[in-house]
Write a protein that binds this ligand. Structure first.
Ligand SMILES: Nc1ncnc2c1ncn2[C@@H]1O[C@H](COP(=O)(O)OP(=O)(O)OP(=O)(O)O)[C@@H](O)[C@H]1O
Ligand SMILES: [Mg+2]
Length: 250
């Protein structure tokens, strides 16, 4: 059974950057990895340097539209499963699946239900599933994944950011998804706020597993529209993520 890691946090804190660097780290090992972009506002493929445009949202749309046209004796689940494998992107060292969002505003409960079963089956093919989740934990309420081993909350160094992490911890108790561990990563850390972040995290009882510094290489790549996946080993963010990956048992 795969270890499931979901990366969440407030908007713009660095969820996608952190996820892509964790994936980069994972490709150095021999684990079979599935990366999932679960943010409807798709960003992970670009950060990884993958130009896929196919999403689960498109499949949902297709199934939704064709629902009444498909012959009754045909197994809908196997159609959906086949379509899912069609959009599964095989990248060097990992597979990538992009959730996206369906175009329409209809009710996709029927497809979501089918999808849930297939995803939970698909997961058994992998050692690690890493999810770039959206800010609001919405997909957890849709319960695509029955359980999450590690929920990683990315926060900026501000007290408010850490409070968000605290709130997410409270929210998790209300979810139907089982979460085994909640960890916090502070991102864009500077020498000026480093000390305060760790003392505030301690005060709030948050398990801080890493502090990723502001990384000029990330800033440059962001401006140039280049992926973070191939950042060099001497990037300060890469070095910190390497330690974080160890703490996560990757
Ligand atoms: N350690 C870092 N050093 C410098 N810049 C960073 C760092 N981490 C992230 N950034 C920059 O911060 C911005 C937001 O990062 P990112 O897109 O990863 O956040 P996010 O939480 O995924 O955002 P969203 O909520 O929109 O999905 C990007 O411009 C990214 O390049
Ligand atoms: Mg993002």
């Amino acid at each position: 059974m795969a270890k499931i890691i979901a990366v969440t946090g407030k908007g713009g804190t660095g969820k996608t950057a952190t996820t892509s660097l964790l994936i980069r780290q994972l490709t150095k090992g021999d684990k079979v990895v599935l990366a999932v972009d679960a943010d409807p506002d798709t960003n992970l493929p670009e950060t990884l340097g993958c130009d896929t445009t196919k999403t689960i949202g498109d499949i949902k749309e297709y199934m939704h539209e064709e629902r009444d046209n498909l012959p009754p004796d045909i197994n809908k689940e196997s159609i959906l499963e086949g379509k899912l494998y069609e959009i599964l992107e095989e990248m060097p060292g990992y597979d990538l699946l992009v959730m996206g969002r369906p175009e329409g505003s209809g009710c996709y409960c029927y497809v979501n239900n089918l999808l849930r079963g297939i995803m939970n089956k698909l997961v058994t093919n992998y050692d690690v599933l890493i999810i770039d989740a959206e800010a609001g934990l919405e997909h957890f309420s849709r319960k695509i994944f029955r359980n999450v081993d590690d929920l990683v909350v990315v926060t900026d160094g501000s007290r408010r950011g850490l409070r968000t992490a605290e709130r997410i911890r409270e929210l998790v108790n209300e979810l139907e998804t089982d979460v085994s561990n909640i960890y916090v990563i502070a991102n864009k850390v500077t020498d000026a706020n480093r000390e305060r972040i760790s003392s505030t995290a301690e005060e709030l009882g948050l398990e801080l597993i890493g502090m990723i510094p502001v990384d000029e290489m990330i800033v440059e790549r962001d401006l140039a529209g280049e992926p973070l996946f191939d950042l060099p080993d001497d990037s300060v963010a890469v070095q910190e993520v390497e330690k974080i990956a160890q703490k996560l048992g990757l």
